[in-house]
Design a protein around this ligand. Structure first.
Ligand code: HPA
Length: 281
């Protein structure tokens, strides 16, 4: 297990290294999930840094995940986009999975938008719909804060009563109106994967109060809450979850639907950054 000092030293080494490549202090961090990498293409005056070059950062191995940090401007706001993420199912310790979001928070981002591709647990959730994540169920059996607490990052027992900040969620809702995009809302269940769920597991998730299901996000949101970062979340529904329809689940299809929802998502994120830029001026 990594010592607390180790975690901090690695983060600071990575942050110093990034600062030498771009002096930009991001106000907003954005995680671009499966098939949503086009988000990184929106960034202007961009400095693109492959994760592979950043000291101590891991690179994703999944198709559809680019693996680069993009610093620049979006709708006039200083942003850092994490294009592609590392997942626990790739075999990495949870603490390493959250390294990149912690890095962006260390660079200065006090707010974060996390996006993902998700299965619709409720039958009314159709492929291509966008959903604001209002809360989550961490069903991975893991927590990125396990081990010695890094007190310089946050408290031992962080409050999780507002994991997705209502005020920031309200900005996302307004951005959806402005962009003319329909935005639904739901609770996201994070499971380990990499196998998709069984129909019985999806029925269980429904009973537990989940509307969406995926294999990411929850650990990042815990690590960001620990650091006092305000988070909002956005799921692109890429498929009916197992058993909701009789079709088998396929990663290529998930990536394709995420791709097709791209323009809606981009318009929404652009409007969201624009509203935050207006607020900060
Ligand atoms: N289950 C888990 N993860 C997912 C799904 C799903 O149905 N769709 C996209 N990511």
């Amino acid at each position: 297990m990594t010592e607390a000092n180790d975690t901090l030293a690695k983060l600071d080494a990575a942050a110093d290294w990034v600062r030498q490549r771009s002096g930009r202090v991001p106000v907003l961090g954005i995680v671009a999930g499966s098939g949503l990498g086009a988000l990184a293409g929106l960034v202007e005056e961009a400095t693109r840094i492959p994760y592979a070059q950043i000291p101590h950062a891991l690179s994703p191995t999944v198709i559809g995940h680019a693996g680069e940090l993009v610093l620049g401007k979006l709708s006039g706001l200083d942003v850092a986009v994490l294009s592609g993420r590392v997942h626990g199912y790739e075999g990495h310790p949870t603490e390493d999975v959250v390294f990149n979001v912690r890095l962006v928070a260390r660079l200065g981002a006090k707010r974060f938008l996390v996006t993902n591709a998700a299965g619709g647990v409720d039958p009314w959730l159709m492929p291509g719909m966008l959903c604001r994540i209002v809360d989550h169920l961490n069903l991975t059996g893991k927590n990125p804060l396990t081990g010695p607490n890094v007190a310089a990052l946050g408290p031992r027992f962080p409050d999780m009563s507002k994991p997705y900040a209502p005020a920031l969620g309200a900005v996302l809702e307004r951005a959806a109106e402005r962009a003319g995009v329909t935005l639904h809302a739901g609770v996201y269940a994070g499971l380990t994967g990499p196998s998709y769920e069984t129909p019985a597991e999806i029925r269980m998730l429904r009973v537990l109060g989940a509307n969406l299901v995926g294999m990411s996000t929850v650990h990042e949101v815990i690590a960001l809450n620990h650091m006092g970062v305000e988070v909002t979340g956005l799921s692109c529904v890429t498929n009916h979850a197992a058993g909701v329809s009789s079709a088998p689940l396929d990663h290529a299809e998930v990536a394709q639907i995420a791709d097709e929802a791209g323009p809606k998502l981009l318009a929404l994120v652009r409007a969201f950054a624009g509203l935050l830029a207006e607020k900060s001026n």
